[in-house]
Design a protein around this ligand. Structure first.
Ligand SMILES: C[S@@+](CC[C@H](N)C(=O)[O-])C[C@H]1O[C@@H](n2cnc3c(N)ncnc32)[C@H](O)[C@@H]1O
Length: 245
């Protein structure tokens, strides 16, 4: 973390000068979920918020009333939503990291923040969401928790509600060992679980066939699968959009 802090210091100082009112999370909270790059935290979050709403409008006829950012981290995406959705839209965001949620609740307004456990259920909310998104959450969970959370996310959605999430798909193949590549090619989930589940270092890789099948077995219809590209040799995550049947 300190290396990145020092490397990005000049550009982060520039960002702070240009955006004096933009409240930033402390480095350990940001580093756990993203790069220590304030401009990217701001811009990628705003772009993602706008893109997710565009996808909702593209795939749903129902006006958006109730949405959930599951695994919101330090609000990179969700903090932009109050400015871009109508006032009556209810915005909820959850994470299992209570430090992150405490920071969010203290600094970001217009959103209900809740701590959830690593395992479902998500307590204290109605099962009436029109849209749930989870960006880079399944990428840090074991196979057992994939099953538990797909069931839970389905329960939390209204009928025809949309689920949008990301996975480590084929673009990450090159990062796998020969043995892992063999298993991945056979459609098996690859879990590098040498650290605490749900944390940054715990990494999971998803053959598209695995995601397709777990969605279908949990009452979802796949609407879109956008394969992650390789950008200057850096892999991007796959994006999945599914509808509750
Ligand atoms: C890579 S970060 C992504 C954060 C945020 N979605 C974003 O795109 O900036 C992964 C987040 O998932 C959270 N997380 C991991 N397992 C979770 C679970 N079972 N329920 C809720 N959040 C979880 C972590 O605490 C972390 O904030």
């Amino acid at each position: 973390m300190y290396f990145h802090q020092i490397k990005n210091f000049p550009k982060n100082q520039r960002f702070k000068t240009q955006h004096p009112d933009f409240i930033l999370p402390a480095s350990p909270i940001l580093y756990e979920t993203f790069k220590l790059d304030y401009q990217k935290y701001f811009q990628s979050g705003q772009d993602a918020a706008i893109w997710i709403l565009t996808q909702y409008k593209k795939h749903s006829n129902k006006p958006l009333q109730d949405l959930l950012d599951w695994g919101c981290g330090p609000a990179r995406i969700v903090r932009h939503l109050p400015e871009i959705v109508p006032n009556e839209v209810k915005i909820t965001a959850s994470d299992f990291n209570s430090d992150t949620i405490n920071w969010c609740a203290k600094h970001i307004s217009g959103i209900r923040f809740i701590v959830n456990n690593l395992d479902p259920p998500l307590e204290g909310v109605n099962s009436s969401f029109d849209l749930i998104y989870g960006i880079s959450i399944f990428t840090h969970l074991s196979k057992k928790r994939h099953q538990l959370w797909f069931t839970e996310l389905n329960r939390l959605l209204n009928k025809d509600g949309l689920l949008l999430f990301t996975s480590h798909g084929q673009a990450f193949f090159k990062l796998l060992t020969d043995y892992e590549q063999k298993l991945f090619s056979q459609g098996n989930l690859i879990v590098r679980g040498h650290s605490k589940e749900g944390r940054r270092i715990f990494s999971t890789f998803h053959p598209p066939a695995f995601i397709q099948s777990i969605l279908e077995n949990n009452g979802f219809e796949v609407l879109e699968h956008i394969s992650g590209s390789l950008d200057h040799n850096l892999p991007h995550q796959d994006i999945w959009i599914a509808r509750k049947k």
